[in-house]
Design a protein around this ligand. Structure first.
Ligand SMILES: C[S@@+](CC[C@H](N)C(=O)[O-])C[C@H]1O[C@@H](n2cnc3c(N)ncnc32)[C@H](O)[C@@H]1O
Ligand code: SF4
Length: 382
């Protein structure tokens, strides 16, 4: 069986730090951009793609659109050269870049298009300017609209918009308004994330000091179901817990990850999965640069897991449950030569009795109750 192979490239620079964000990204290290990008090129050049069939490239961050577009073009030119014998033609690879309003202009988008980027993921979060300010975004809704419209003008036909729910002081009416505004634009893909308060963020501190108030769990769930119903009624297919898309516009890159396919991550804190080994690059920018400059690529990597067959099977289940269509029983059988219904009969019976999952002809998937309590399902397969 031939497998899809994904490439992730991490750009850890932002204009400022949003109040909720704990992704590895810096707003005060612009002086290292040039050196970092040179190291990224070395790391990519050092990787042997000859036996891989690359189907997706994802440039994420941080804010990839914050840095000069010449760096993105250089990275993609290098990959194009490295992948000249790839089974999939360059123009057929799904190439995504995350872009933030307030950091892109016509010229940047033109360059992205020219080099072959064919999918944009725009971080909006909410259409309400007061909320955007409260969560520490640098842009207004108007600026998002300018970015979106310019992207369409440049011919981008596959656009994702990121939204967030359960933000401090966000009301269900705000979400309704955001969704109504967004579907008018008809993006191909919409991701909707519930706010997670992460340690070390501004919001974590404000919450500890009782300076912000979050919606209750019940309100958060109401928001989630409102989003799901609204988007489904408007022609979007709910295909993963937090992701909705028009027909055939699912994110191939993310689907590959949920289907337990292999990928390589380049840059700090980038994760990889190859030969049943999960590993991760260090998250210290200066150390990453130092190691690459010394040609010490391995020193940047930490092995997180060497999977046994059992680990791999459990993980296949857990990742499968993230998809709304659930775990594909025949794919499981094909991959592991075992029947998941028999192998995990104890766990599955318990979850069915609790009303969290259901089994149909070829799939095992979350019920509506299971969607609300997905973590309980995942725990059975850790
Ligand atoms: C990798 S982030 C970076 C994308 C881009 N820099 C931006 O800000 O739009 C991708 C998305 O994750 C979501 N996100 C980030 N931090 C989050 C948090 N603490 N809780 C929930 N969603 C979060 C946001 O919707 C964000 O757009
Ligand atoms: S949410 Fe995006 S723009 Fe904001 S700090 Fe995180 S990575 Fe940067």
């Amino acid at each position: 069986m031939e497998n899809n192979f994904g490439i992730y490239i991490h750009i850890p620079f932002c204009a400022r730090k949003c109040n909720y964000c704990d992704f590895i990204s810096f707003y005060n290290k612009d002086n290292l951009i040039e050196e970092y990008m040179n190291c990224l090129k070395k790391e990519i050049d050092n990787f042997d793609f000859s036996k891989k069939i690359v189907t997706t490239i994802y440039i994420g961050g941080g804010t990839p659109s914050y840095i000069n577009e010449k760096y993105i073009v250089e990275i993609l030119n290098l990959l194009k050269e490295k992948l000249k014998n790839n089974k999939i033609k360059w123009q057929d690879i799904e190439i995504t870049i995350e872009v933030n309003p307030g950091t892109v202009n016509k010229e940047k988008l033109e360059e992205y298009k020219k080099i072959g980027i064919n999918r944009l993921s725009i971080g909006l979060q909410t259409t309400k300017d007061e909320l955007l300010k409260e969560i520490g975004r640098i842009h207004t809704y108007q600026e998002f609209l300018e970015t979106y419209n310019e992207a369409r003008k440049q011919g981008f036909k596959n656009i994702n918009v990121d939204l967030m729910i359960a933000l401090p002081s966000q009301k269900i009416e705000d979400i309704k308004e955001s969704l109504e505004e967004i579907i008018k634009l008809s993006p191909e893909h919409i991701s909707v994330y519930s706010l997670i308060i992460e340690e070390g963020t501004v919001f974590y501190k404000l919450l500890e000091e009782n300076k912000i108030e979050l919606p209750s769990d019940e309100v958060e769930r109401n928001m989630y179901w409102y989003v799901k119903d609204f988007l489904e009624l408007n022609g979007y297919n709910h295909y993963e817990i937090s992701n909705f898309s028009k027909k055939q516009k699912e994110s191939k890159h993310n689907l590959n990850c949920w289907n337990q396919e292999e990928y390589i991550g380049f840059g700090i804190n980038a994760h990889s999965y190859i030969d049943k080994i999960r590993f991760c690059n260090i998250d210290n920018l200066e150390e990453y640069i130092k190691n690459i400059k010394e040609g010490n690529f391995e020193k940047n990597r930490t092995i997180e897991e060497r999977q046994t067959k059992e680990d791999e099977e459990k993980e296949f289940m857990m990742l499968g449950f993230r998809k709304i269509e659930g775990v594909d029983i025949s794919k499981f059988k094909e991959k592991f030569c075992e029947n998941p219904l028999y192998l995990f009969r104890k766990e599955l019976n318990k979850l069915v009795e609790e009303g969290l999952i259901e089994v149909d002809l070829n799939n095992i998937k979350l019920t509506n109750k299971g969607l609300d309590l997905a973590n309980i399902v995942f725990e059975e397969f850790v």
